[in-house]
Ligand binder design. Structure first.
Ligand code: NG6
Ligand code: CA
Length: 503
């Protein structure tokens, strides 16, 4: 029998009742946006695009101003979020191709395992980008793929294997291609094209929906060329303009069918990653082109999930975490006019850099926690890292993690619930390099990688010498103070070194 109750952990007014009281286990919904910038939400202070549903969530809970993803791209960021382990401890957590083998192996503990072990119904819906099957390139997409998400704690899954810009362009439900079309067997290759199958490079005339600005010139699906080659798929192939609807419909279905038991929903939207090709309901509505329209579509998705919780009477006892896997990028490889139509909108907010960057905008992401029964309301500047999702959920559940499971992930329930303004002592972020910040001082390790990417117009923050910024006085990271404050550099280097050596 599933236990639906957990001890009440915090009872400031009645400490004597601490052990006696119990609360119904909250449902936990994670809304993981893709490439959504801190400045892309109106609740974070922009007046260029309106996100009323996200703002509604923010108004019902805590909105954080100093919360960070572990990495400035998706695969390493999500790996860390779901496992509580720093992705930079492993060499194989870079941006994964769509035919990557499963990066989180069945023996590794995940937050889904935590919830499953504690009596929750669990599911992952939407963008995955952490591999499937045993070995890269060896999946048979026409059969059930194993291992899959059910081996790492997700009772139900309906996912895109990687990203919308990577083949295979099909949904995978519990390890099997959804809506499988036996008349069009699927083949995938990241090495060579399939003879006779058009590509974006050779057949640009077939790109009736979106053309690439850089890369993305291989398989063509739905009039959009992608990364990787693919054959077949037939009626299982997705239509980009329906992806948000499909993700939302499956998430709602999951919520409805588990409304009477505690559930954990990891809902990873495709928005606002490229190719941005939102539903026609949203096209032209932001005045900023498809990037802005995809933000509106994301906001709509959030609204549908919140409405469902409301309708089912679940809002009060559902903890919702809304965040993004990394910072924003404007041109990420398609001619969607995002640069041209950006106007005064600043996706990165007041921060320097963007997705892919060691500067703040790479990993300082939107972060909202709502649980009307328990979370305070307001704004918090506590230093938060997504690495602590596992530890914090374990703390909430009163579950004990072993030393390996909690190596990097700690419980910060009071901070996440807005009861304490004190967050972490420091955070570690990874992009081209590793950075460490205590919220005031930030140190970026030196490296020889490129400082600027002209395709994406990204300042990467890579630099051959030490960088030290004072974020309290210089939020835009303009003044490198490493030469002036060698003691701070040494202090932060030591913090980082200790973390790296931790085993
Ligand atoms: C890059 C892609 C970019 C995006 C990114 C991963 C090219 C030219 N660019 O390599 O479009 O897919 O990988 O983004 O191919 S992430 O948010 O999933 O990490
Ligand atoms: Ca991303």
């Amino acid at each position: 029998m599933k236990l639906n109750w957990i001890p009440l952990l915090h009872c400031a007014l009645c400490p004597s009742l601490l052990m006696a009281q119990q609360v119904k286990k909250p449902n936990v919904v994670v809304i993981m946006a893709d490439d959504l910038g801190y400045g892309d939400l109106s609740c974070n202070g922009n007046n260029t695009v309106s996100t009323p549903n996200v703002d509604r969530l923010a108004n019902s809970g805590m909105r954080f101003t100093d919360a960070h993803a572990v990495a400035a791209t998706s695969t390493p960021s999500r790996y860390s979020f779901l496992t509580g382990h720093y992705s930079w401890r492993r060499k194989d957590t870079g941006v994964a191709p769509g035919d990557a083998g499963m990066i989180i192996r069945p023996e590794q503990y995940t937050v889904a395992d935590l919830f499953e072990d504690n009596g929750y119904a669990t599911c992952a819906i939407g963008k995955w980008h952490l591999g499937l099957g045993n070995k890269t390139g060896e999946q048979n997409w026409n059969e059930k793929i194993s291992p899959n998400l059910s081996d790492i704690g997700f009772g139900y899954s309906y996912i895109m294997a990687a990203t919308a810009d990577r083949v295979p362009c099909v949904y995978v439900e519990n390890g099997k291609v959804a809506n499988y079309d036996a008349s069009a067997p699927i083949e995938v290759s990241y090495r060579k094209p399939f003879p006779g199958v058009p590509t974006g490079k050779d057949n640009p005339e077939l790109l009736y929906n979106l053309k690439p600005s850089h890369g993305h010139d291989q398989a063509i699906v739905n009039g959009i060329s992608r990364i990787g080659y693919m054959k077949g798929g037939g009626k299982a192939l997705w239509k980009d303009e329906h992806i948000a609807d499909s993700i939302v419909a499956h998430a709602i279905e999951f919520i409805k069918s588990h409304k009477d038991e505690p559930f954990f929903l990891y809902c990873a939207t495709n928005d606002i990653h490229v190719p941005r090709f939102p539903n026609e309901r949203f096209r032209g509505k932001s005045g900023m082109g498809y990037r802005g329209d995809a933000i509106l579509q994301f906001d709509w998705s959030v609204g549908k999930l919140l409405d469902t919780l409301d309708e089912l009477g679940l809002t009060e006892n559902t903890l919702v975490v809304l965040t993004s896997d990394n910072g924003p990028v404007v041109d990420d490889g398609y001619k969607d006019r995002a640069v041209e139509l950006l106007g005064d909108h600043r996706p990165w907010g007041p921060y320097r850099g963007s997705k892919y960057s060691n500067f703040e905008a790479g990993t300082r992401v939107p972060f909202i926690v709502s649980w009307p029964g328990k979370v305070g309301k307001g704004v918090s500047s506590a230093l938060i890292s997504q690495i602590d999702f596992l530890g914090t959920m374990a703390e909430m559940l009163g579950a004990t993690l072993n030393a390996e499971q909690r190596k990097d992930s700690n419980g910060y329930l009071d901070s996440w619930l807005g009861k304490s303004e004190k967050g972490r002592d420091y955070i570690i972020e990874s992009a081209g390099a590793l950075s460490v910040s205590d919220g005031e001082w930030k140190y970026i390790t030196p490296n020889n990688k490129q400082a600027y990417n002209a395709y994406t117009n990204v300042e990467t923050g890579n630099c051959p010498s030490d960088q030290l910024y004072n974020l309290k006085q210089d939020i835009a990271e303009k003044n490198n103070l490493a030469g002036q404050y060698p003691d701070e550099v040494q202090r932060l280097k030591k913090v980082l070194q200790n973390e790296i050596e931790k085993h």
